[in-house]
Design a protein around this ligand. Structure first.
Ligand code: UDP
Length: 426
């Protein structure tokens, strides 16, 4: 049997191994799980724009299948907005672009990331200040009892909150309608109206209900911010994970390099995880995003006693304060570093964070999508490429699927589409 090894990140160590058996490429991960088994496909030169999770997962998967990859990253570090780095002064692992807590129900994704680092179980227990009082968030039985000065049991609380809802609203569409219908005006005004106005710069009456539906509402004392089966934080940070993904002989990472559409001529295919509007030089206008500013606070000991404290009142200019050493409770540090987080409209040159995706933006997006579909050999992926707000696990899953689709297309000599998911659908 003709068997040879090639394109192996850390051959024989934790990473996927690839072997050519006759005319078939077989790639397995370090535990022996089959990743790819397919007829050998032509070796392609692929450009990946952006070294965040989308780009890194695609590069990793294609490299494992023997393709040759160049990753272009405009910043001086990989990992995009998930970037983590130890603070030079305190030694605390900082989430440079705001807190990232990994949570998923996707077992394949969870196994995948756990091969790249040890994920320490972590439960996000957020606190919120509203009108000078501290509450548990997301709204749970403790919040309800704290807020209303009651000692309600679960069934009583459910009934009580239901009685607060505005039953004249039959089909709640907006954020505000949904809140008024299901939790009532008092809780809405205390926890959501001001915060959301600061976060989005738009009144909740003009925002979709999907935003508030991200948060669970519970009638027990479960104050876990997420309801996913798997939750954790990587012991060595997200940047280590992305570096490991990109650590392969056939991946070249070019940091500090802004890629322009012109690179398409040098490659067989381009995966773009950067902003679709920037790629087309804002031809149909900029897509609106919220950007974040962070104000650093250094202190001794423990500043606020928890990782995240939300500030729900409109009169406080920041939305939340995150204290990063609490994201690594397995470490101990004498000093502490916190960041006040401010949200504002993204201007050119600012880092895009949250896609706004309202009616006007969807119309512009539609034009970019139509344009992209006319082009060949460029596929847009990820949060910025598809202009959707994605959690990390979904980003990874979609990147795995896009890489798989590309390999399938190669095998069948079919055309890889501009999008592996429809950006207009959600
Ligand atoms: N939200 C709020 N008050 C809070 C926390 C969240 O009004 O204390 C709203 C806000 O509009 C936010 C949305 O709920 O955008 C979703 O919250 P999530 O924590 O998922 O936001 P993210 O962590 O993505 O910023």
């Amino acid at each position: 049997m003709d068997q040879k090894q090639h394109g192996v990140p850390h051959a024989g160590e934790r990473w996927s191994r690839i072997a050519v058996v006759g005319n078939t490429v077989v790639a397995v991960d370090f535990e022996g799980e089959l990743l790819i088994r397919r007829s050998q496909v032509a070796k392609q030169r692929v450009a990946v724009v952006g070294a965040g999770f989308s780009g890194a997962v695609i590069a990793h998967r294609l490299a494992a299948a023997g393709q040759s990859i160049v990753v272009f990253e405009a910043r001086q570090h990989p990992a995009g907005n998930c970037h983590t780095a130890r603070d030079a002064v305190t030694g605390i692992m900082l989430h440079a672009y705001g807190p990232h807590i990994f949570h998923t129900d996707d077992e394949t994704v969870w196994k995948f990331v756990n091969r790249l680092d040890d994920f320490v179980p972590y439960v996000n227990r957020v606190k919120a200040i509203s009108r000078d009082r501290v509450y548990s968030l997301p709204i749970n039985l403790l919040t309800i009892n704290q807020f209303f000065g009651r000692t309600l049991a679960p069934a009583e609380a459910r009934e009580f909150v239901a009685s607060l809802g505005d039953h004249a609203i039959h089909t709640p569409c907006s954020f505000e309608e949904w809140a008024l219908r299901f939790i009532g005006r008092e809780l809405y005004e205390a926890f959501f109206e001001g915060y959301t106005l600061k976060q989005w710069g738009i009144h909740p009456s003009l925002l979709p209900a999907s935003i508030i539906k991200r948060l669970p509402l519970s009638f027990d004392y479960n104050d876990n911010y997420y309801r996913h089966r798997y939750q954790g934080i990587p012991r060595h940070g997200y940047t280590t994970i992305v570096e490991r993904l990109l650590d392969a002989q056939n991946i070249e990472l070019r940091l500090g390099t802004q890629a322009a559409p012109g690179i398409a001529t040098e490659f067989d295919h381009v995966f773009c995880s950067g902003s679709i509007d920037a790629w087309y030089d804002y031809a149909y206008g900029p897509l609106e995003y919220r950007t974040l500013d962070f104000e650093r606070l250094d202190a001794e000991g423990d500043y606020q006693g928890c990782a995240v404290m939300n500030y729900c009142d409109a009169s406080v200019p920041w939305t939340r304060i995150s204290e990063h050493k609490h994201f690594a409770p397995w470490e101990s540090h004498a000093m502490t570093v916190c960041f006040r987080e401010y949200s504002r409209r993204r201007e050119r040159g600012d880092i895009p964070y949250y896609p706004v995706r309202l009616v006007h933006e969807r119309a512009a997006l539609q034009r970019y999508v139509a344009h992209a579909r006319q082009q060949e050999r460029v596929t847009f992926v990820g949060r910025l490429g598809t202009y959707r707000y994605l959690d990390m696990d979904v980003t990874i899953r979609e990147a795995m699927d896009a890489a798989q689709r590309f390999l399938d297309c190669l095998e069948r000599s079919a055309k890889m589409p501009a999008f592996n998911i429809d950006p207009m659908a959600s």
